[in-house]
Design a protein around this ligand. Structure first.
Ligand code: C2E
Ligand code: CA
Ligand code: CA
Ligand code: CA
Length: 274
């Protein structure tokens, strides 16, 4: 029943936003888009705050539906509702692994996976098969777990997570500090990384409370020997605060916007960020 109602609400949200944006896309469009492999990745740099060096990229899904760009905030919940998130991720992952510029680099890659995917015991095998098809070393791959509150069975998720880790994958907890992502997940899952949610980073320079929250998440990460990543870094001031807090990586417009694959060679050549 829990799963049903969350699917229901995803769908309502989708229908509502579709109406708002005048978007021409239906569930049939999603299926067609998947068959035509219309989903494609963009790449946002993740930078080592201390040195200004590139650490890797987060892969973000994009969809151009009949000439109209649709935000993943809209189509990801819809795709989840339609039960198509796993094939969508596979289309995306293929395009990422096939990218020559990335194959020749040592950059780390972070892929978003939704909670449901971490409950699928066949998922690690699919990741392994794709990686070996493209000879992509899995120690360069981090899976970012989003909306982890939807994990109704943490034991099962932890078992799948351990299988992924034994393949060499790294595991990150996304949006840490929001309702979706909590200490319970940090405790139960074999994590390598936590990402401080953008909402806290955003107001860090103007609100003491946000600053304290970011500092304690970074401290938690350090205590647990996890890599800490701050998302939504937009200003130099925020980057400096994060530096003094000892946060490892920064990601956001201050360092760079997400870019399509053909811009990767230039980014990979760049020495210092921003
Ligand atoms: P997220 O995983 O938290 O990704 C970060 C979002 O913040 C991205 O939005 C990114 O473009 C945006 N962003 C990055 N830097 C800044 C900044 O400095 N300021 C501001 N205001 N925003 C910034 P995007 O690409 O629209 O993605 C939205 C969400 O959709 C993602 O949030 C993620 O939850 C979901 N998503 C995207 N791609 C995938 C995917 O392949 N699979 C799944 N399951 N979810 C995805
Ligand atoms: Ca993410
Ligand atoms: Ca995030
Ligand atoms: Ca987020």
């Amino acid at each position: 029943p829990g799963q049903h109602s969350s699917r229901e609400s995803c769908f309502k949200k989708f229908a509502y936003r579709r109406k708002l944006s005048g978007m021409p896309c239906t569930e049939a469009d999603l299926r067609r888009a998947l068959e035509n492999e219309e989903f494609y990745p963009v790449f946002q740099p993740m930078v080592e705050i201390r040195t200004g060096q590139l650490a890797g990229f987060e892969v973000l899904a994009r969809w151009n539906c009949q000439g109209q760009e649709i935000s993943p905030e809209v189509f990801v919940p819809a795709i989840e509702y339609a039960g198509l998130i796993s094939p969508m991720t596979q289309v995306l992952t293929r395009k990422v692994f096939a990218c020559a510029a990335l194959q020749q680099s040592r950059a780390l890659l972070s892929l978003n996976i939704s909670a449901r995917q971490l409950l699928d015991p066949d998922m690690p095998r699919r990741v392994e098969r794709l990686a070996s098809e493209f000879q992509f070393p899995l120690h360069r791959l981090t899976l970012e777990l989003t909306e982890s509150a939807l994990l109704d069975n943490l034991d099962r998720a932890a078992a799948v997570a351990h299988d992924l880790k034994s393949l060499g994958c790294r595991l990150a907890l996304d949006d840490f500090g929001t309702g979706y992502s909590s200490l319970r997940h940090v405790h139960a899952l074999p994590l390598d990384e936590i990402k401080v949610d953008r909402s806290f980073v955003e107001s860090m320079a103007v609100r003491r409370e946000s600053r304290a929250i970011v500092a304690s998440v970074v401290g938690l990460g350090q205590g647990l020997k996890l890599l800490t990543v701050a998302e939504g870094v937009e200003t130099q001031e925020q980057a400096e605060m994060l530096f003094w807090m000892g946060c490892d990586l920064g990601q956001g417009w201050f360092y760079g916007h997400p870019v399509p694959a053909d811009e990767l060679p230039d980014l990979l050549d760049r020495r210092i960020w921003p």
